[in-house]
Design a protein around this ligand. Structure first.
Ligand code: URA
Length: 443
């Protein structure tokens, strides 16, 4: 088999066989096939797409490029959750202990933030002592003890994706639905859970800016998972403004803990209840969404979800005192308020720009090796649909880099569009995709 012929076949819009897909994935991972040939092949896939069968074969070829986790020695229903990434998205910090308190085992590997979107591992690392880096044995021990563990990716899990993703990043081939779907699902399949809940974000702060593309991605990921024998549901949710009010690592941890105490922002609480009730149904813990929602509301109100969070923090070496004393978390030395210049209503926000402002404050990474400032970020005091009066504080920027403060405030201010007409609060959920197809909540 020659990689040249595989490139030519895909260039001409033909389907690759399973053998051909395994051949190039294996050859590229081992270093036998050079970057320039896979760059050409990725561009051909980007332009001509892949069939469902090809995408499933690509997913499995990537899964089989490295180690997989075997969770069979852990009793109970094991579930995983994945967000396609957004701004202020601290859902994992709330949702995972919430569903774990309802008896679901959570063995989750999360990522770090890159670019304008944040990552769960960075957020958790703002809790002093919290260990996100462990080997498979330690990870499984952790899950067994508390019924929940959230860590960074373990070594050699889907090495093909690491290489292919880096190449896509520099060859303008990231934004391809079969490539994104196989990249995400290969990591979920390798992580070994029974059920998977996908939170597919759409909007100005998300990867997918258009609803039809987000639906297509959700459908593709669900089909891959179901095709490989997993129970998968995807919820399509709004990322046209940050989720909740906090953007930045320790700020988001505080907001997540407040939510677990039942005092969180409405949108974050609602998203966690919606995702959670879908997750419980996906793994057959409950028959209806309403039944799941009632269980989760009870876990929030009785403090059981917060207790589970506390157990997870303790189990992973973190200082549980932070839960009652936020002063123990990293914080920024400088802050500046963003002031409204006119009366009106927040019409919309440029969510990506808010993410970039948080990145500039020190909360995010420009390259994979950037050192981040866990205490910096942005608190939003006004969101879409809310009334604003001239002189109101609409946001506050926190940073340890005093020189950047004014520029960041300017960026945040320009992300807000305020005008006279009132606008409705934004819709949080657009629809759900499961093995039965798409259930739209729009049109
Ligand atoms: N996240 C991933 O893990 N892979 C992609 O291709 C895009 C987002």
């Amino acid at each position: 088999m020659r990689v040249y012929d595989i490139i030519a076949k895909k260039r001409d819009g033909l389907e690759l066989s399973k053998e051909e897909i395994y051949f190039w994935v294996k050859g590229y991972t081992s270093g036998e096939i050079p970057d320039y040939q896979i760059s050409a092949l990725l561009m051909a896939i980007f332009l001509n797409g892949m069939s469902k069968r090809e995408t499933i074969d690509l997913t499995m070829a990537m899964v089989e490029s490295g180690n997989t986790l075997d969770l069979s020695e852990i009793d109970g229903i094991k579930a995983d959750k994945h967000s396609t990434g957004g701004v202020g998205d601290k859902t994992t910090l709330v949702l995972c202990p919430l569903v774990a308190s309802a008896g679901i085992i959570i063995a989750k590997m999360s990522g770090r933030g890159l670019g304008h979107t944040g990552g769960t591992v960075d957020k958790l690392e703002s809790i002093p002592g919290f260990n996100t880096q462990m080997n498979v044995k330690q990870f499984l021990e952790c899950v067994k003890r508390a019924g929940i563990a959230i860590v960074g990716q373990t070594e050699n899990l889907v090495p093909a994706d690491k290489k292919i993703y880096s190449l896509r990043d520099v060859t303008a081939t990231v934004n391809s639905i079969p490539l994104i779907a196989s990249s995400i699902m290969s990591k979920k399949i390798a992580a070994g859970c029974d059920g998977i809940l996908l939170d597919v974000k759409v909007g100005s702060g998300a990867f997918m800016k258009e609803l039809d593309k987000a639906c297509e991605l959700a459908r593709e990921m669900v089909e891959i998972g179901v095709g490989l024998g997993k129970s998968v549901t995807a919820v399509i949710s709004n990322m046209n403004q940050p989720l909740g009010n906090a953007v930045g690592n320790s700020l988001e941890v505080i907001e997540a803990i407040e939510t677990l105490k039942g005092k969180g922002p409405e949108d974050l609480t609602e998203l966690c209840l919606t995702l959670g009730s879908h997750l419980l149904k996906t793994v057959n813990k409950t028959k209806t969404l309403e039944e799941g929602r009632q269980i989760l509301i009870e876990k929030l109100h009785t403090g059981k979800a917060l207790e589970k969070f506390c157990e997870m923090v303790e189990n992973q070496g973190g200082d549980t005192k932070v839960i009652w004393n936020y002063g123990l978390l990293p914080h920024a030395n400088y802050s500046l308020d963003v002031i409204a210049e006119a009366d009106g209503y927040v019409q919309h926000m440029n969510c990506e720009q808010i993410g970039i402002a948080a990145l500039e404050s020190g909360a995010g990474r420009i390259t994979k090796d950037s050192i981040i400032d866990l205490g910096s970020g942005i608190m939003l005091h006004k969101k879409v649909g809310e009334r604003v009066s001239k002189g109101d504080i609409i946001a506050t920027v926190y940073t340890n880099d005093e020189e950047k403060l004014r520029d960041i405030c300017r960026r945040v201010k320009s992300s807000y569009h305020i005008a006279d007409e009132s606008v409705p609060m934004t819709r949080l959920i657009y629809g759900v995709v499961d093995s039965q197809g798409i259930h739209k909540d729009f049109e």
